[in-house]
Design a binder for this molecule. Structure first.
Ligand SMILES: Cc1cc2nc3c(=O)[nH]c(=O)nc-3n(C[C@H](O)[C@H](O)[C@H](O)COP(=O)(O)OP(=O)(O)OC[C@H]3O[C@@H](n4cnc5c(N)ncnc54)[C@H](O)[C@@H]3O)c2cc1C
Ligand code: FES
Length: 275
C-alpha cells in the first residue's frame, strides 16, 4: 500500500467534551486505510510544532472516485493536537498516509472467526474504530470494553455500543470516578469475563485487541497471557516522521532487538512486545 503525501481539505471539526474533537478531512487519491493504520497530520498554516502528529484512522468513507473522507478522533494534549482542533472547514492541512501495519488477526474483513474483545482506554478508542466497524460489517461478534477516568472520556460510547450490539456483543464501561458504567478499571471487567469463561459460562474470546495508555495495554497483555488468549495492541509510541526515517519510535521486542512502531507496527502481537 502506497502512502500519499498530500494535503487534505477539512470538511468538519466537531468539538466534543473534555478537549476531544472529531476532524473530518477530504483526501484525493488516498488508498483506503486498513483497521489500525494511521496518518500524519498538522494544523493549517502551522509553523510550530514543526513535525506532523500521528492519528489513527477512526473512520473513512468514499466520497467520489478516488476521494476518501477520513475521520480522526482526537484529544488536545499539546500544541500539535490544539492546532488540529482549531482547524476550520475549507482549510487545507498537510496529510501523509495511510501508514504502518494494521490489525492482522482481525484485519480488513473482520478476520477472526470467534468472539473478539476490543479494549480501549479513553482516546485509545480512536485506534479501534475501524476495527469495530470491520467486525460489525463482517458480522463477527465482539464486546467493546471502554475505560476512562470519568464519563467524558468515553466520548464514543454510543457508537461503540451500537456497533458491538449489532454483532450480538455488548459494551462494558468503567470509570475511575464512577460517573459512567462500573467504578474501576476496564482491565478488571475484561478479567472478570475471561474468568467467567473459564468456569464454563459464556465469555471466552478468540482474540483481544487493545489501544490506549501503555499501562492499560501492558495489563491487557498480562491478562491475555494468563487466560491463554492471543491478541494485538495498537501502540502509540510518540513519532517524528511516521515512515522509518528518524528511528525515533523504537519498540523493544521479546525475541530481542527493536522494531519501529511506524513501519513494523503500530499494531503488534501482545506477546511480541516487552511491556
Ligand atoms: C500511531 C499513533 C496513533 C495515534 N492516534 C491518535 C488518535 O487517533 N487520536 C489522538 O488524539 N492521539 C493519537 N495519537 C497520539 C498523538 O499523536 C499525540 O497525542 C500527539 O502527537 C501529541 O501532540 P501535541 O503536539 O498535541 O502534544 P506534545 O507537545 O507532543 O505532547 C504533550 C505531552 O504529551 C506527551 N505525549 C505525546 N504523545 C504521546 C503519546 N502518544 N502517549 C503518551 N504521551 C504522549 C508528550 O511527551 C508531552 O509530555 C497517536 C499516536 C500514534 C503514535
Ligand atoms: S517515526 Fe520516524 S522512524 Fe518511526
Amino acid at each position: 500500500m502506497v502512502a500519499l503525501d498530500a494535503r487534505g481539505k477539512v470538511l468538519e471539526v466537531r468539538l466534543l467534551p473534555r478537549r476531544h474533537f472529531l476532524l473530518r478531512i477530504r483526501v484525493d487519491g488516498m488508498e483506503p486505510a486498513a483497521p489500525g493504520q494511521f496518518v500524519m497530520v498538522a494544523g493549517a498554516n502551522q509553523a510550530e510544532p514543526y513535525l506532523r502528529r500521528a492519528f489513527s484512522v477512526y473512520d473513512q468513507e468514499p466520497v467520489g472516485k478516488g476521494v476518501v473522507a477520513v475521520s480522526l478522533l482526537g484529544k488536545v494534549i499539546g500544541p500539535g493536537t490544539a492546532a488540529l482542533a482549531s482547524c476550520l472547514p475549507g482549510q487545507d492541512i498537510p496529510f501523509l498516509g495511510p501508514l504502518g501495519r494494521g490489525f492482522r488477526r482481525s484485519g480488513r474483513d473482520g478476520g477472526c472467526r470467534g468472539r473478539a474483545a476490543l479494549v480501549a482506554g479513553g482516546i485509545g478508542s480512536a485506534g479501534l474504530g475501524m476495527l469495530a466497524r470491520a467486525l460489525a460489517r463482517a458480522e463477527r461478534p465482539f464486546d467493546f470494553y471502554y475505560g476512562g477516568r470519568s464519563a467524558d472520556d468515553l466520548v464514543e460510547a454510543a457508537e461503540f455500543g451500537r456497533l458491538s450490539e449489532s454483532t450480538g456483543g455488548r459494551l462494558f464501561r468503567t470509570t475511575e470516578d464512577g460517573t459512567a458504567g462500573s467504578r474501576g478499571l476496564i482491565t478488571e471487567a475484561l478479567a472478570a469475563t475471561l474468568e467467567a469463561g473459564t468456569r464454563g459460562s459464556t465469555g471466552a474470546y478468540e482474540t483481544v485487541c487493545t489501544c490506549g495508555p501503555h499501562g492499560l495495554m501492558a495489563a491487557v497483555a498480562r491478562i491475555a497471557e494468563e487466560y491463554g488468549v492471543e491478541g494485538e495492541a495498537a501502540m502509540e509510541t510518540p513519532m517524528g516522521c511516521g515512515y522509518g526515517a528518524c528511528l525515533g519510535c523504537a519498540v523493544e521486542l521479546e525475541r530481542g532487538g527493536y522494531a519501529l512502531c511506524c513501519r513494523h507496527g503500530p499494531v503488534f502481537d501482545l506477546s511480541e512486545v516487552v511491556w
